[in-house]
Design a protein around this ligand. Structure first.
Ligand code: SF4
Ligand code: SF4
Length: 66
């Protein structure tokens, strides 16, 4: 399981990149993306998903469909 970034809503502020404990978030092209292979959903590190917590745009870092 992993989180994803809704690219059309991402303002590329970069806040999420530094909060991710798994280094799963990178800038690519014109937006930030989450590498689903690296994302741990912050399990074991934080109680809440840090990307979703810090993102200033509501519902932009969301759980990816399985
Ligand atoms: S849910 Fe956690 S591990 Fe996954 S991308 Fe967001 S901050 Fe990184
Ligand atoms: S915190 Fe939100 S708006 Fe900022 S780069 Fe990450 S996904 Fe995009």
């Amino acid at each position: 399981m992993a989180f994803k970034i809704i690219a059309s809503q991402c303002t590329a502020c970069g806040a999420c990149e530094f909060e991710c404990p798994s280094a799963a978030i990178k800038f690519k092209g014109e937006t930030y993306i989450i590498d689903a292979k690296l994302c741990t959903e912050c399990e074991g590190a934080f109680d809440t998903q840090q990307c979703a917590s810090v993102c200033p745009v509501p519902d932009t870092c969301v759980k990816a469909a399985a």
